[in-house]
Ligand binder design. Sequence first.
Ligand SMILES: Cc1cc2nc3c(=O)[nH]c(=O)nc-3n(C[C@H](O)[C@H](O)[C@H](O)COP(=O)(O)OP(=O)(O)OC[C@H]3O[C@@H](n4cnc5c(N)ncnc54)[C@H](O)[C@@H]3O)c2cc1C
Length: 474
Amino acid sequence: MVVGDISTGTDVLVIGAGPGGYVAAIRAGQLDLDVTLVEKDAYGGTCLNYGCIPSKAMITASDLAHEAGHAEEMGIYADPEVEMGEMVGWKDGVVDQLTGGVEKLCKANGVELMEGRAEFADENKARIVHGGEGQGSETVEFEHAIVSTGSRPIEIPGFSFDDDPVLDSRQALALEEVPESLVIVGAGYIGMELAGVFAKLGTDVTVVEMLDSVLPGYEDDLARPVKKKAEELGIDFHFGEAASDWEESGDGITVRTENEDGEVSEFGAEKVMVAVGREPVTDTLGLENTGVEPDENGFVPTDDRARTEVDHIYAIGDVAGEPMLAHKASKEGQVAAEVIAGEPSALDYQAVPAAVFTDPEIGTVGLTESEAEAEGFEPAVGQFPFNASGRALTTGHADGFVRVVADEPSGFLLGAQIVGPEASELIAELGLAIEMGATLEDVAATIHTHPTLSEAVMEAAENALGHAIHTLNR
Ligand SMILES: Cc1cc2nc3c(=O)[nH]c(=O)nc-3n(C[C@H](O)[C@H](O)[C@H](O)COP(=O)(O)OP(=O)(O)OC[C@H]3O[C@@H](n4cnc5c(N)ncnc54)[C@H](O)[C@@H]3O)c2cc1C
């Protein structure tokens, strides 16, 4: 037990053990750097404990329950009973397995693990306050620091996450009982993913969104099949509505919203989940003691080597800005560690994929057609619908398409957008193609296994070249 204030030193102090921080620490260990990783809550960060992994576990489980109960077309008649406590227990088991693995991997790579909350004392020293009474604190002197403190959900006025019926995504993913009804504020990716989970488990879901569509930021034709399926699941959408407050009423609550004309609407529910975005955790770190200054949104500006304006302090992951995605955090962590070790590593954001795990899924990478035009390219676009894919039809999920965007004169792949089954997996092939400088010809000439969903990627490339076999060419 650590009592009182002691002092230690390290080459690299990594603050925060999410997918940014723990990856940076492991990579630094592999490069023989003396590295200390400090975490105040749980190894694996938001991603493993409260974000990517638990949400995907609940999506898989709710999909299974829903599909089993809706497969009459295939001659399957079932009425699955959901034991929410057990489902959440299974999800927690998956999380535990992964977070335990992170701890073991860190140790095996020589990473010194430290539990506690870090705060910079100056640009070469941090104070680590250990949790629990009598645990004390210690000072760590460092040559380099990597800030990877992640993000937290944005709270909106009138909806405190401390109030019982008001949930953030983390609390929603830990519910031990399926709520009868749920209002979700925000139709971004977290709101839409969890709207699907609860609707499939039988909750009466209402989504209120200030903007005029689901998944703001994604192209209309990608978002449309997601909204259509959500409506088929019974999800009730109200656009142009800003949540203003809530009050207890009867057995549940009433959530009030206001549109731009000031008209008020009321929605009754058992609970309300607010998912209006996330903000970086940079205000509780003592950054002001180092000379590193966050921008007006709280993000820490960095260069292509993940360095902040203070040479030996790096920032990675959600604190370093959009896109706030786990794999982007990990890549930045690897680069930061390699740069500290003196390697010629740098970040390249040309091909950062993104996935939305709705039904159907969305996967994107690189440029859209309009972004390509705006950047001065002459885009060639090819598309292949999943309803022309033999494999998609055999899965019972044939909504959506694969689209590829290339530079017409050179044929180089610039981007891709997929909405449909396994879009989150299929997008990887196109990420690799862009990363390797592949052309439409390269993708079209690659023999794809039959029958697979990935044939749709090949056919989209062939379509852009004017010779797709299983769809009419543009
Ligand atoms: C519901 C949900 C679903 C998501 N799904 C996906 C998905 O499918 N795919 C995807 O790519 N991304 C997803 N994300 C986003 C993803 O979780 C984040 O982009 C990712 O976790 C960022 O990693 P990070 O290392 O920057 O920060 P985090 O994972 O947030 O980790 C930061 C860590 O720092 C610790 N910390 C903070 N301050 C201190 C301090 N002062 N001292 C010590 N420790 C500190 C925190 O406790 C935390 O463990 C999802 C997020 C949510 C909420």
